[in-house]
Design a protein around this ligand. Structure first.
Ligand code: PHE
Length: 348
């Protein structure tokens, strides 16, 4: 072995090793570099082994360089290892760091559903006028939903197309899902003597086509006032107060002749548009008036059916809660109230 060549080789190894060390990105790679340049099969090792053949003087000369190079390589390996360890713990520290200036995560708060809010508001208005509130079952008898309400057996409202009937083993009239809250009129009058002043909120169902503004299951609120001397003017005045309280303005009330089997006379009740004051706008579809409910004077046949003296008088009304809520909140489609989109619900 020629000493000068060996020294040159060692210097080359040193240069190569220095570059390789810097490229090692983790402990495992550092070990590989160590094996390659200082291990048993490395060039350094084979030069070391070849030293045996050299003269004393050459051995000393080469030995010095060899040790130097070895030390150089192994110290650069150690430095690299230390650097890697440090950056690893720095990364871990960053990952663990708590930023105390970050805003906290607010707990999500539940709130009252807009339809419930509107129901409560309507009930409150009538309670303020002296009405009581009562609720009844969704599954009703034919008697309460139709018969006692002067709705004859051949009335179109009773057809299978409009009403959900329940399957029962017996014959006789099957129970049904109430198609309106009016059966509560019957229930209350059958169990209480006049005067009765009540509102009845509740769910009802009809076999209707489902659209964005029409649902097979919806909510109504019914009103009933029965006492000696009650007149149509009382109905009108009561609804006028309701409209003012509900929409926050002194609105006009218009009553158009209509028909319900259980009221006579019957009316469709409109209020003057609370957005445009009858000028015509999208809310009232250019009409100036908005229909908000059906109403009328309780039909004497209903009083007869519940066992009341036919000389008594009273009024009743019924309105769809979703429609009122839609108007009040300016929601474009009733369906939105049932989609449970949290972004929608959070707006109320
Ligand atoms: N029950 C009627 C309906 O569902 C509304 C109504 C109630 C009309 C009371 C008059 C009196 O359409």
């Amino acid at each position: 072995m020629i000493v000068d060549e060996a020294i040159q080789k060692l210097n080359e190894y040193a240069t190569e090793a220095a570059a390789a060390v810097l490229e090692a990105d983790d402990e495992r790679q550092v070990d590989l570099v160590r094996q390659k340049y200082l291990g048993r099969k490395s060039g350094v090792a084979s030069i070391n082994a070849g030293m045996r053949e050299l003269s004393e003087e050459d051995r000393r000369k080469l030995g010095r360089v060899l040790n130097q190079i070895r030390e150089q390589i192994s110290s650069s390996l150690e430095t690299r290892e230390a650097t890697l360890r440090e950056s690893l713990s720095a990364a871990a520290a960053v990952a663990e760091r708590i930023d105390v200036t970050l805003p906290g995560r607010m707990p999500q708060r539940g709130r009252i559903h807009p339809l419930t809010q509107v129901t409560d508001e309507i009930v409150d208005i009538f309670v303020g006028l002296g009405f009581k509130m009562a609720e009844g079952p969704i599954v009703e008898s034919d008697w309460n939903n139709f018969e006692a309400l002067n709705t004859p057996a051949d009335h179109p409202a009773r057809s299978m197309h409009d009403t959900f009937y329940l399957k029962t083993p017996g014959d006789g009239d099957p129970p049904l899902i109430r198609t309106h809250t009016s059966p509560m009129q019957v229930r209350i009058m059958e169990s209480e003597t006049p005067p009765v002043f009540y509102v009845f909120p509740g769910r009802v169902a009809r076999r209707d086509e489902t659209t964005v503004n029409n649902l097979a299951s919806f909510a109504q609120i019914e009103g009933l006032a029965v006492a000696h001397g009650i007149t149509f003017a009382d109905l009108r005045g009561t609804l006028r107060v309701f409209a003012r309280e509900m929409f926050g303005k002194d609105l006009l009330v218009r009553m158009n002749p209509s028909y319900f089997p259980f009221t006579e006379p019957s009316a469709e009740v409109y209020v003057s548009c609370f957005v445009c004051d009858r000028a015509g706008c999208p809310t009232c579809r250019g009409e100036g008036w908005i229909e908000i409910m059906g109403a009328g004077m309780v039909h004497p046949n209903v009083f007869r059916a519940v066992g009341y003296d036919a000389s008594i008088t009273g009024f009743a009304f019924g309105m769809g809660i979703e429609r009122i809520a839609k108007l009040k909140f300016g929601v474009p489609a009733i369906r939105a109230f049932y989609e449970n989109d949290i972004r929608f619900l959070e707006a109320f």
